[in-house]
Design a protein around this ligand. Structure first.
Ligand code: KIV
Ligand code: ZN
Length: 520
């Protein structure tokens, strides 16, 4: 079933700052919300839902502040119930925006009407119509959401849509509030609604809003697009109530990969996706699942020998999206004990080195021993391995001066944690001490001061990759250098040492990038 004939723009509404922010522990202050909003502007979303102004003074102020920075090209909206006080709060908070929209939500399923409101369907319908009429007197753009639509009767839903459109609603939103829908059925529902809605008023946008309770939010949203939805509601990293909302990055890249199938396109600036994902994760303190589609740490990492070999022959063999399309760091060949000689030698070349034919097997065997112990091997580990051989074994073909962590000492106390580091690049050895808010802060301040490298730390994460006293810790960090995002990782038994090496690894990626630019 597909009623869409030609390529059309699919509008993207981001609700990270409303539905996303409902996640326990993800509450943001005004400054943090502004930072996310500014990044959403760079991502070029079409619409942004930024809060529930009647819920608290803080939310009200945040909606008001954000609505004044988004400009005229992005519609800004806020949510409220179908009651005058909520609609007034939305109006008051949005009235200075250049392109505002009031968003009203009211349940349409039997269970919502009986259990939540204890009202008859006709009473609920009149409440909705009155709310839209009231909102329409305040602002021209009004979105009406039929909460729990996927568990509502079709006839009642249509009766409601017909009435609220006649009352002035400009967007009809069909939420799968509890993540109950399945793609084929949800697609058919959207098809039926769209057919009637376009006859009733072709200017009214049909929108969907899906939750991910059974992992189908993206599939349901894409099925809706295929069946005529004009607008989708999503969040960054799929965060939101319970199992979350539809993830913006998955829907946008899904459409981009199959424009003919969905007969549509979005105007999202995809190169901003990765940075947006990391900013939201860092500010909300919610990690992105490592194997998350599109933005997970492993989304562009290849570890099996067969895959690495294929990719090094041609990226198309295993890559359908290029990391740079979403602004992510280049595809990563993660060296593990399963990596073959091809991937290993590729890393050695990347580091500007060459190994004589007769020594290759021995060096590869040493690498495998190391990989068995450390699970994942990063550039820094390879660099250290190569330095343990004489020049007769490893020749430096291109000179890329990389940083090395020669030594460090961290004095931790509750008053002034201090770190002293010794780092080295080529013949230059630098030693510096710095204090910080904690052990890692002091260590990072000392390393960055010694290197004289201006970087901003965007993300710092510790993962436990094997348990017990002898366990290994993995530190992953992301830094911004001159607006470009670089990652660094390290696995060590000592987590403080891993932290230092992860930063050095990220700094060395900056050095490699600079060396590449200079060679161009
Ligand atoms: O999940 C839901 O139904 C909502 C509505 C407010 C759209 O978040
Ligand atoms: Zn929702």
């Amino acid at each position: 079933m597909n009623c869409v004939n030609s390529s059309r723009k699919i509008y993207v509404l981001d609700t990270t700052l409303r539905d996303g922010e409902q996640v326990p522990g993800a509450k943001l202050n005004l400054e943090e919300k502004m930072e996310v909003a500014k990044q959403l502007i760079r991502l070029q979303v079409d619409m942004m839902e930024v809060g529930f102004p009647s819920s608290s003074q803080g939310d009200f102020e945040a909606v008001r502040a954000i609505s004044q920075i988004v400009g005229k090209d992005i519609t800004v909206t806020a949510l409220g119930r179908a009651v005058k006080s909520d609609i007034d709060a939305i109006y008051e908070s949005l009235k200075k925006a250049e392109s505002p929209m009031i968003h009203i939500v009211l349940g349409s399923s039997g269970v919502h009407m009986q259990k939540k409101f204890n009202k008859s369907p006709q009473e609920v319908l009149s409440m909705g119509v009155e709310a839209v009429k009231y909102a329409k007197r305040l602002m021209p753009n009004v979105q009406y959401s039929l909460e729990d639509a996927s568990r509502s009767s079709f006839d009642y839903m249509w009766q409601t849509i017909d009435a609220v459109v006649k009352a002035g609603a400009t967007v009809i939103n069909i939420p799968d509030t509890v993540g109950f829908a399945v793609p084929e059925e949800f697609g058919s529902l959207i098809y039926r609604i769209n057919e009637r809605l376009k006859n009733l008023n072709p200017n009214v946008l049909l929108s969907v809003h899906c939750h991910n309770d059974t992992g189908l939010a993206t599939a349901n949203t894409l099925a809706a697009i295929r069946n005529g939805a004009d607008k989708v509601e999503c969040t960054i990293n799929g965060i939101g109530e319970r199992a979350g909302n539809t993830s913006l990055e998955e829907v946008v890249m899904g459409i981009r990969l199959h424009p003919d199938y969905y007969k549509g396109y979005t105007t999202i600036k995809t190169k901003e996706i990765y940075k947006t994902s990391r900013i939201v994760s860092a500010i909300m303190g919610i990690d992105v699942q490592v194997n998350k589609a599109i933005t997970g740490d492993n989304a562009f990492a290849h570890s099996s020998g067969i895959h690495q070999d294929g990719l090094l022959k041609s990226k198309e063999v295993y890559e359908i999206i290029e990391p740079q399309d979403i602004g992510a760091p280049p595809m990563e060949i993660v060296l593990t004990a399963r990596s073959g000689r091809h991937a290993f030698m590729h890393t050695i070349e990347k580091l500007g080195c060459k190994i004589g034919e007769e020594h290759k097997e021995k060096v590869y065997a040493d690498f495998l021993k190391m990989a068995d112990q450390k699970k994942e091997i990063y550039d820094y580990d390879i660099e250290m391995l190569l330095r343990s051989y004489p020049e007769t074994v490893v020749q430096r073909e291109r000179k890329i001066d990389l940083w090395e962590l020669v030594d460090f000492e961290v004095i931790y106390n509750t008053k002034i944690p201090t770190a002293t580091v010794k780092i080295k690049k080529a013949d230059s050895i630098r030693e510096t001490s710095q204090s910080g808010n904690g052990a890692i802060d002091a260590l990072y301040s000392a390393i960055l001061k010694a290197a004289g490298m201006p970087v901003a730390l965007l993300e710092y994460r510790i993962h436990n990759i094997s348990r017990g006293k002898e366990g290994l810790g993995k530190v992953s960090i992301q830094i911004l250098h001159k607006g470009v995002l670089y990652e660094g990782k390290a696995i060590e038994k000592d987590i403080i040492r891993a932290s230092g090496i992860a930063l050095i690894n990220a700094m060395n990626k900056v050095m490699q990038d600079c060396a590449m630019q200079n060679n161009k």
